[in-house]
Write a protein that binds this ligand. Structure first.
Ligand code: HEC
Ligand code: HEC
Length: 203
């Protein structure tokens, strides 16, 4: 009889200890799957933000699907019959940097940044939707053999990319439109998307 009570108490105690042990900050499968889902959602939000920039005229005008750079908010063909030429730098007599200097020219309206040239034909974005642009950008066959790490650095540090937030005025003296997301928010979104595994949504 006595032994039974003792055993009973012991069992109760054991249950108590076990219960107490499970009360701590235990990571269950449920919380894991929730935080994973949140990660994916963050990544997709970051993707959306990043792609509103990549699909903007300031980028696409220089990533055409033909051999002609585009100009302005309506992306009209570059004046003076300008084309990419043999090396994306224009023609020998008038290559891009004959007119485009390392900085915007506030008087003539010629935009400028170091190494101004046309994105190679394989890197065309004009006419692609955001999913297609993302795929192209991540494809080493089309992006110049870049690793994801290198693409991330290009997107956040390259002078032709960052020019988009200081595009200057056009030939009529009118300020060019900025990309729809502030530069620091865009950079944070790009870094976030790469950190979370650069998932390209299916639609
Ligand atoms: C003045 C022309 C010009 C503008 C404006 C421009 N680019 Fe480019 N872009 C280039 C050139 C040229 C290259 C090729 C550089 C190389 O391979 O070294 C390139 C390459 C790239 C690449 C690497 C290739 C790839 O497909 O992954 C990315 C990413 C890119 N640009 C993003 C952008 C973004 C984003 C913007 C706008 C915010 C932009 N570019 C605006 C000329 C431009
Ligand atoms: C003869 C001078 C000249 C040459 C050469 C030239 N450009 Fe331009 N470019 C201009 C002028 C002027 C503008 C500004 C037009 C405007 O916005 O009103 C311009 C604007 C642009 C824009 C528009 C940016 C935007 O988003 O509106 C791009 C892109 C561009 N040039 C790329 C190139 C490339 C690439 C080359 C070489 C293949 C080149 N240009 C050669 C004079 C030139």
């Amino acid at each position: 009889m006595k032994l039974k009570i003792k055993l009973g108490l012991f069992a109760l105690l054991l249950v108590g200890v076990l219960l107490a042990a499970t009360k701590g900050p235990v990571v269950t499968e449920r919380t894991l799957s929730i935080s994973k889902k949140e990660g994916v959602e963050d990544s997709l939000n970051a993707f959306d933000k990043m792609m509103t920039v990549l699909t903007h005229k300031r980028c696409v005008n220089c990533h055409p699907n033909d051999h002609i750079p585009k100009q302005g908010e309506d992306s009209h063909p570059h004046y003076f019959g300008m084309e990419r030429g043999a090396n994306n730098l224009g023609f020998e007599a008038t290559n891009c940097t004959t007119c485009h200097q390392t900085e915007n020219n506030p008087y003539s309206g010629v935009p400028g940044a170091p190494e101004w040239s046309l994105a190679p034909a394989s890197m065309y974005w004009e006419g692609l939707n955001r999913i297609e642009i993302a795929k192209s950008m991540m494809d080493p066959e089309r992006n110049g053999g870049r690793t994801p790490e290198e693409t991330m650095h290009h997107l956040t540090e390259h002078e032709l990319v960052l020019w988009a937030w200081e595009p200057g005025v056009n030939a009529e003296g009118v300020q060019r439109e900025l990309p729809p997301v502030p530069k620091d928010e865009y950079i944070a979104a790009v870094k976030k998307w790469f950190k979370e595994g650069h998932v390209i949504p299916s639609k």
